[in-house]
Design a protein. Structure first.
Length: 221
């Protein structure tokens, strides 16, 4: 009887140890972020943006971790005393100044708010929401990148990026407008372009079918 109790106790101990080992492995995997060729999303866009701003990367900020991004990461790692493997793990993320556990939704919301703030400052609130909706409409449109960062940093897409205003803090109104746009409100009526007729210099934009006008912006497809 005592032997049976000892055996049962030993088996129970082994079971508990196995459960603890599984939890430790899972915790380690979750704590160790790793972005590499094939990865996509807002964090990859952040990686590309920082590498581009610092002169390591010459490609587009599209949220897709391709060969150019890997090459830039290797270059960055070699210049900063990191293991040169082309993979952005926790140490490389820290060197880039990016949190190991960023909130994609939070990152997207803040970037969208900054773009709205820079592009639609002084516009009526409904017009600010509409600018945010245009950006989100582009994300869903096959002709544009499929991430918010990719759309905003697409070459030549927004004046705010070209003149650096995208890096300024967003107004509270713009943050509220970004949240409303992300919740599905679209005052633009499905537009994928907008412009200010008094400032636009592209003849092409005037040829787009107009949906509506809000404030000084014309929204079109």
């Amino acid at each position: 009887m005592n032997n049976k109790k000892k055996l049962a106790a030993a088996l129970m101990l082994l079971f508990v140890i196995n459960i603890m080992l599984i939890c430790v492995v899972q915790s380690t995997q979750q704590a160790s972020a790793a972005y590499k060729t094939g990865s996509t999303g807002a964090v990859v866009s952040d990686i590309q943006k920082r590498l581009k701003n610092w002169g390591y990367y010459s490609g587009g900020v599209d949220g897709v971790y391709g060969k150019l991004t890997e090459k830039a990461v290797r270059y960055f790692q070699s210049k900063n005393g990191l293991t040169v493997d082309g993979i952005v793990g926790n140490q490389t993320l820290a060197a880039l100044g990016i949190s190991a556990k960023p909130s994609t939704t939070s990152n997207d919301l803040e970037l969208l708010a900054r773009c709205i703030s820079a592009e639609a400052r002084g516009e009526p609130y409904n017009g600010q929401v509409a600018v945010g909706a245009v950006i989100l409409n582009r994300v869903d449109h096959p002709s544009f990148p499929n991430t918010i960062a990719g759309v905003i940093y697409q070459k030549g897409a927004f004046t705010a990026v070209a003149d650096g205003q995208i890096n300024l803090a967003a107004t509270e109104s713009a943050r509220k407008a970004a949240r409303e746009a992300m919740s599905g409100n679209d005052p633009s009526g499905g537009a994928i372009y907008y412009y200010n007729p008094a400032k636009a210099t592209s003849k092409w934009i005037f040829s787009r079918p107009v949906i509506m006008k809000i404030g000084t912006h014309v929204f079109c497809t």
